[in-house]
Design a protein around this ligand. Structure first.
Ligand code: GDP
Ligand code: IMO
Ligand code: MG
Length: 431
């Protein structure tokens, strides 16, 4: 059993897609287990750049069973656009399947997310406005529609009768915006039922179980990151699903006993899009430099990402709640020209000097905390063509070794550029 979860171990955009694509070559099944089109996953391979939102990042390899699991939320229009574009680019989607139990993001979810964000003033979360929170709220509140519901007109009618008047009341009376008629919603659902039809995998539980019995290898692709987890992240500045590795089990329908490795993908620094606490954030020129060199602008929304130094306190927390067994460090090449780098190993309470070695989950405390840094010499050398650790300058190796010591788990992959080829694999979990 080598089944492996790739999980973001910061606030998203760590380079999960790059690592997923890389390892997908050695896997038989690739599963997206949570999130929706809030995800923006970039793969650079064969001189092409692909940006995935819903489709698993393993889809570029032929004949791999790529599965969008029950824990995801699917926005039909995004799914259509994304799959059409991939087909036009010659990507074979015959092995792409979706769970009939995945939830549907309907047009009113997008409206509600957008308008409530715009109306939130100081309390904005900075969501992607892709309807994620409202879709998951409806799922948990048992008001949602699942993919399978689109095929039963009687049931669809009943569900819309129950939910639509309520949604329309909110849209009209609270937000003062347009409402949806039942006829237009039925038409919408019927249209996308046909779009989804070739992709639906009714017997996915049994197919996956067979796969596991045959000792085939499953790769789980997380979206977002542990610090955006609805239960373990910086609530309420989080997404509405469970990106943590535990979410791979619930979101895919494969029990936790089948998971062996959890790779925490971690940038050599930290970024965050949207609001919420970020203790090592750099609001100065250094932060701007990291953003510009690292191209830190959102894949989904184009928003500038907030940037800061590597935070080992946060990473140690992610190891615990995410069950991480190893790290993949990405974007270390962004520091090629830096004279010095910093890593946070503790927080200090500005009020009384108290030192925190563990991440305080009460974010109300964070405004009092400042990072305690260790400083490292840069390597002032282009490492973006390094093929092994032997090609890395001494100071880069020192930096990586210290990150391992501070976080407490080994680094098994080092990414030195966006391309699939720009990677040092110290140990492949599938080999
Ligand atoms: P994801 O959401 O975790 O899959 O990450 P994103 O795709 O949103 O953002 C990561 C960005 O960094 C993408 O533009 C990648 O092409 C790029 N990237 C990934 N790894 C590296 C790396 O090692 N070095 C550099 N310079 N860019 C990288
Ligand atoms: P990938 O998979 C970075 C952030 C949003 C916002 C918060 C809630 O590409 O790493 P949501 O739309 O989910 O309700 O927004 O979560 N967020 C992400 N940040 N990468 C992502 O995905 C994200 N998906 C959501 O910016 O702060
Ligand atoms: Mg992203």
């Amino acid at each position: 059993m080598k089944n492996t979860v790739v999980v973001g171990a910061q606030w998203g955009d760590e380079g999960k897609a790059k690592i997923t694509d890389l390892l997908a070559e050695y896997a038989d099944v690739i599963i997206r287990y949570q999130g929706g089109c809030n995800a923006g996953h970039t793969v650079v391979a064969n001189n092409e750049t692909y940006k995935f939102h819903l489709v698993p990042s393993g889809v570029l390899y032929k004949n791999k069973f790529c599965f969008i699991g029950a824990g995801t939320v699917i926005h039909p229009e995004t799914f259509l656009k994304e799959t059409q574009e991939l087909i036009e680019r010659g990507v074979d989607l015959s092995s792409l399947k979706i769970s009939p139990l995945a939830s549907i993001t309907l047009p009113y979810h997008i409206d509600i997310d957008g308008i409530s964000e715009n109306n939130s003033g100081k309390n904005k979360i900075g969501t992607t406005k892709k309807g994620i929170g409202p879709t998951y709220s409806d799922k948990i509140g048992r008001y949602g529609l699942k993919v399978q519901d689109l095929y039963d007109e009687e049931l669809l009618n009943e569900r819309l009768d129950a939910v639509l008047p309520l949604k329309n009341k909110i849209l009209e009376k609270v937000y003062g915006t347009k409402t949806y008629s039942k006829t237009e919603m039925i038409e919408y659902c019927k249209k996308y039922a046909e779009i989804f039809r070739p992709y639906i995998c009714e017997d996915w539980v049994y197919k996956l179980s067979e796969t596991l019995k045959q000792d085939k290898k499953v790769l789980f692709e997380g979206a977002q990151g542990i610090m955006l987890d609805i239960d373990y992240g910086t609530y309420p500045f989080v997404t509405s699903s469970n990106p943590i590795a535990g979410g791979a089990a619930t979101g895919s329908g494969i029990g936790p006993t089948h998971i062996e490795n959890v790779i925490g993908v971690t940038k050599a620094y930290v970024t965050r899009v949207g609001k919420g606490p970020f203790i090592t954030e750099l609001t100065d020129k250094t932060g701007e430099l990291i953003r510009n060199i690292g191209g830190e602008f959102g894949t989904t929304t184009g928003r500038p990402r907030r940037c800061g130094w590597f935070d080992a306190v946060l990473s140690r927390y992610c190891v615990l709640v995410g069950g991480l067994t190893q790290m993949a460090i990405t974007k270390i090449d962004v520091f090629n020209d830096f004279d010095e780098l910093k890593v946070c190993n503790a927080y200090k309470d500005k009020r009384n000097g108290k030192i925190y070695k563990d991440y305080p989950t009460n974010i109300n405390l964070h405004k009092y905390l400042e990072p305690v840094y260790e400083t490292f010499k840069g390597w002032k050398q282009d490492i973006s063509n390094a093929k092994s650790t032997d090609d890395l300058p001494e100071n880069a190796v020192k930096y990586l070794k210290r990150l391992e010591e501070l976080v407490g788990i080994p680094i098994k992959i080092v990414s030195v550029g966006p391309d699939r080829e720009q990677t040092i694999i110290l140990e492949n979990p599938f080999k």
